[in-house]
Write a protein that binds this ligand. Structure first.
Ligand code: FAD
Length: 448
């Protein structure tokens, strides 16, 4: 069997590795148009900030490693430009030489990921305007900061990537303005929770402009000088030596469209629980593919490395005869914003109402461990179905301990827990880590 994988970051390499573990005789080739493979995209902001010293720490594996470890051919600098599902061949361009060749497959895995959305603004192509997606982007940003001795930055978009960049630029001594079109930073969370993130940004001297749009980027061939916010007539220019565009990502669907696979309602590739598309012998994994919400069962697209790895492994298994199936996602995620861990899982209150639930909201603010050992307030907001008591989602924000609590809550939700079940969880306690009744227990006691 010959397996061709397109894309070699999280999902593609996971699929290839699992296929090899299951099947020693398969021929497996991975094409990647970039140079870096299997890297930690999630670590890029920390290289820009200097917390990670060298980019090599984020790109520990190369093609030779995959060959030696898995007998998988990873061909970097090679772009797959066409798919013919009738003859089952891909056309590949060697980006170094410009030459093209065809490669037949028995099974094709699309792991082409996403690209950063770049809004069509005047000046968006100026030197000094960046998106953050790959190690090349991170190298370019850090190089620009160091070469230009950048002092002022504008970050456009206050989702988690924008906020990680904001934190890291601030740590470098750069004054950051964040421009967000919606009412709060972290707009995927409920407003009462994301308002706490707004406050943390301002506490760290970030100039946060909410409900504000960028109308143009200003500068000349030498580089960006500012960002025009508000309307072109009534707005103002925020001075900047550097601009980070972090307004979202979009799946790379070119090959999928060519192959004729169905694109789902979330605008990512529709797949079954093993990653099969509706075109025979074509599979899709990771950020380019749609998942489904574990609670509602509806199609869901939350592009995260955690999910991409899982989807890759499941499909690598399925292609080689395995029975692993994807069980759906809660979109569980966490981001550090200065001194706060900001985490969420499952449905927010707004999403639960939109899904038609009669929602019960449970709120508590408790120290994550005793104050005599440095405990700080941890805010947990959980939402449940009033009719059944079933937990639907949770958000947690605190200086420490948000990670543990969100994972406990995600696990509870995964297994269908209701609110009262939380009190009965046998959770670890020592005053160095928790309180005798944990903040999660208090969430379970909220209806008493
Ligand atoms: P991608 O990483 O997008 O890789 C797809 C690859 O396919 C690319 O390298 C691309 O060059 C290649 N490709 C596309 N088309 C072709 C073609 N035609 N021919 C050849 N190659 C092609 N996730 C988390 O869970 N937690 C985090 O904390 C987190 N932080 C993040 C921080 C940043 C700054 C970024 C950018 C992402 C972060 N993520 C995080 C998201 C995570 O990195 C992605 O979900 C993950 O990388 C998705 O992996 P993927 O393999 O599906 O796609």
């Amino acid at each position: 069997m010959k397996i061709v994988v397109v894309g070699s970051v999280a999902a593609g390499t996971s699929a290839a590795a699992k296929a090899r573990r299951n099947d020693e005789s398969a021929r497996i080739t991975v094409y990647e148009r970039d140079h870096d493979i299997s890297y930690s995209g999630c670590g890029l902001p920390y290289f820009v900030g200097g917390e990670v010293e060298t980019i090599d720490e984020l790109t520990p594996r190369d093609a030779a490693w995959f060959k030696a470890r898995y007998d998988v051919e990873v061909r970097t600098g090679h772009e797959v430009t066409d798919v013919d599902v009738t003859t089952r061949t891909v056309t590949v361009r060697d980006l170094a030489t410009g030459s093209t060749f065809e490669d037949p497959y028995d099974e094709l895995v699309l792991a082409t990921g996403v690209r950063s959305v770049v809004p069509p603004l005047a000046g968006v192509d100026l030197p000094g305007v960046f998106t953050v997606r790959s190690p090349s982007d991170a190298r370019a940003i850090r190089g620009w900061i160091e070469q230009r001795k950048a002092r002022r930055a504008v970050v456009v978009g206050a989702g988690y990537i924008g906020l990680e960049m904001t934190e890291q630029l601030t740590e470098r001594g750069i004054a950051v303005t964040v421009v967000e079109a919606l009412e709060h930073a972290m707009p995927r969370m409920d407003a009462d929770m994301s308002a706490r993130v707004d406050a943390e940004l301002r506490r760290n001297d970030v100039d946060l402009r909410l409900a504000t749009r960028v109308s143009a980027i200003e500068g000349d061939h030498d580089g960006v000088t500012g960002v025009r916010v508000g309307s072109p007539e009534d707005g103002e220019t925020v001075a900047a030596d550097l601009v980070i565009m972090s307004v979202g990502v979009r799946p790379n669907l070119e090959l999928a469209t060519q192959a004729g696979v169905t694109i789902g309602p979330t605008h990512a590739i529709a797949v079954d629980r093993q990653g099969r598309t509706d075109v025979p012998h074509v599979w899709a994994v990771g950020d380019v593919a749609e998942s489904f919400n574990l609670i509602t069962g509806e199609p869901a697209w939350v592009p995260l490395g955690s999910t991409a790895n899982k989807m890759g492994r499941i499909t690598g298994d399925a292609i080689t005869g395995g029975t692993l199936e994807h069980r759906g996602i809660l979109g569980t995620s966490i981001v550090r914003v200065f001194d706060l861990g900001v985490a969420q899982t499952g449905l927010t209150e707004d999403q639960a109402r939109a899904a038609g639930y009669d929602v019960e909201v449970l709120h508590n603010i408790k120290p994550d461990r005793p104050e005599y050992l440095g405990g700080k307030p941890l805010v947990i907001k959980a939402v449940a179905d009033r009719a059944t008591g079933r937990l639907l989602g949770a958000q947690a924000i605190g200086a420490s301990g948000a990670d543990k609590r969100i994972d406990v809550l995600a696990t509870a939700i995964t297994y269908g827990a209701d609110v009262a079940d939380l009190f009965h969880l046998d959770l670890a306690y020592s005053p160095t880590y928790a309180t005798t009744k944990d903040p999660v227990h208090y969430t379970g006691m909220a209806l008493d």
